[in-house]
Design a protein around this ligand. Structure first.
Ligand SMILES: [Zn+2]
Length: 177
């Protein structure tokens, strides 16, 4: 059985900066991988999970972020050798695409591309939108508390990525050992 963890990018795998518009990096020089992330991804990998980064990058659509820059950022993540795939929704929220969470399209695409035939996958995000989307496809949401989503916590949150990984490993052990 294939099992997977979908991980949202900004504010989890790479650092946000309140000084920047929308806090996100628009240049590869601003793309700073969060310290300690490698070890945590490895713990998921060692437990048999495939790791798929999912990210909403409306900057592609509104012109504040180039594809080339985005690819260079993602080359950095892929160079960790612990990420199996990176899937992007490049649209603005008002474009009515089906891949922008809370629409479940990105997760549906990942499910068919990676042949995840059994509904056993988790999504980690700071945003309620991804949490809603993963529930649509039968996955398990793990939300990380963030100052950006304080009013929109729909489910019990964890403090940080480390706690999110611990929760997944705990649930996995409980279900499958
Ligand atoms: Zn989209």
């Amino acid at each position: 059985m294939k099992k997977a963890v979908f991980i949202d990018r900004d504010g989890i795998l790479n650092e946000l900066d309140p000084e920047r518009p929308k806090w996100v990096p628009t240049d590869v020089d601003q793309f700073k991988v969060t310290p300690g992330i490698r070890l945590l991804l490895k713990r998921l990998r060692d437990a048999g999970f495939i790791i798929i980064v999912t990210t909403h990058q409306p900057g592609i659509s509104d012109g504040t972020l180039s594809r080339k820059m985005l690819n260079r950022m993602h080359d950095i993540l892929l160079s960790l050798k612990l990420v199996d795939d990176i899937m992007v929704c490049p649209h603005k929220a008002d474009e009515k695409c089906d891949c922008c969470p809370p629409e479940p399209g990105l997760f549906e695409e990942a499910r068919s591309k990676h042949l995840l035939t059994i509904n056993y996958y988790f999504a980690i995000s700071t945003r309620w939108q991804e949490m809603d989307a993963i529930k649509h496809v039968g996955g398990i949401p793990i939300q990380i508390k963030s100052p950006k989503n304080a009013k929109k916590n729909l489910i019990p949150t964890v403090k940080n990525f480390q706690e999110a990984v611990q929760r997944i490993l705990y649930l996995d052990k409980k279900n499958y050992s």
